[in-house]
Design a protein around this ligand. Structure first.
Ligand SMILES: NC(=O)c1ccc[n+]([C@@H]2O[C@H](COP(=O)([O-])OP(=O)(O)OC[C@H]3O[C@@H](n4cnc5c(N)ncnc54)[C@H](OP(=O)(O)O)[C@@H]3O)[C@@H](O)[C@H]2O)c1
Length: 283
């Protein structure tokens, strides 16, 4: 049995969907079922269920708010993860921990290797990395999967924001100097399901293939959705946010390829299928 945390979020929702599609016994839970920061409750709940695998998709993900809420962000992303890893150790379950490109500082223009220089620029990035360290320290049977620029049917994301604004506005300013790769949760869920039956434990980067800037991503969304909204590329310096984001979020997929996993489809293809999935008819 596979237990999935964060089932009400973007990724957890699609992981459960994919497991069900593959007829793999699974249970998806969220904070109302189990608050992962409650160590006693985590212990009891998971010991009782004894899953063979836990895919941990729950997290504190409000990147800007985290700058003012370091304590709660740390509680969820570091100690919540530790609570889960400790029980996984007790019952010899494998654990999948989802991490982020925000563990890197985004300097340079080369893709970051899985063992590249860690230097998070934000509270969120720092706590996600500390979560990685907890998993590594406690477990042998773990996957750490760093992903970026996530979009899924269940939740808010950049694409949904662009579709809303594209319908209302003639032009939009979008940042053009942050480069990365979008990740479609439906594609990622399929890879995660392949991973958990592989026993090829380790650290991986997994995103859709190809890179773009947020402005290029926005342009493609407008094009596919049939909007005439013009995208004005602007530098990050003209769109300040509370949390600093890495400029270079390119992630190397070498460890995926080396271990024989399939790369995810290109991001344009994923975007096209996503618009179909959310029933966004092209005009
Ligand atoms: N979104 C991105 O662009 C992105 C990029 C890189 C990596 N990631 C990582 O990918 C994973 C999945 O992200 P996502 O976008 O699917 O996140 P999401 O949509 O924000 O979902 C996270 C879920 O975790 C739940 N949660 C929060 N605190 C909890 C607690 N104390 N106990 C139990 N559940 C709790 C949330 O419940 P509430 O909504 O009720 O708080 C929510 O349902 C996370 O590890 C995230 O750090 C995301």
């Amino acid at each position: 049995m596979i237990l999935v945390t964060g089932v009400n979020g973007q990724l957890g929702y699609d992981v459960i969907k994919e497991l069900n599609k593959r007829n793999i016994e699974c249970l998806g839970i969220d904070i109302k079922d189990l608050d992962i920061t409650d160590d006693k409750a985590v212990n009891e709940y998971i010991l009782n269920l004894k899953p063979e695998c836990l895919i941990h998709c729950a997290a504190y993900t409000a990147v800007d708010r985290a700058e003012d809420e370091e304590e709660i962000c740390t509680k969820v992303n570091v100690y919540g993860t530790e609570n889960i890893a400790k029980v996984c150790k007790k019952i010899d379950a494998q654990m999948v921990y989802i991490s982020t490109d925000y563990v890197f500082d985004g300097l340079g223009n080369k893709p970051f290797d899985v063992d590249g220089n860690i230097n998070p620029l934000s509270v969120y990035g720092k706590t996600k990395y500390q979560g990685e360290l907890k998993v590594k320290a406690i477990l042998d049977k773990y996957f750490i999967v760093r992903i970026s620029w996530v979009f899924g049917i269940n939740g808010n994301n950049f694409i949904k924001t662009m579709l809303k604004l594209g319908a209302e506005k003639e032009s939009l300013n979008v940042v053009c100097d942050q480069i990365g790769s979008p990740t479609y949760t439906a594609d990622l869920a399929s890879l995660l399901c392949d991973m958990v039956v592989s026993q090829k434990y380790g650290v991986y980067h997994a995103t859709n293939e190809g890179t773009c800037s947020w402005a290029e991503f926005a342009e493609e969304i407008m094009k596919m959705a049939g909007f005439n909204c013009k995208i004005n590329p602007i530098p990050t310096s003209e769109y300040p946010t509370k949390a600093v984001r890495p400029l270079n979020s390119r992630l190397s997929k070498k460890s995926l390829v080396d271990d024989g996993f399939n790369l995810l489809p290109r991001w344009e293809d994923a975007l096209n299928r996503y618009l179909e999935e959310i029933n966004y008819s092209k005009m």
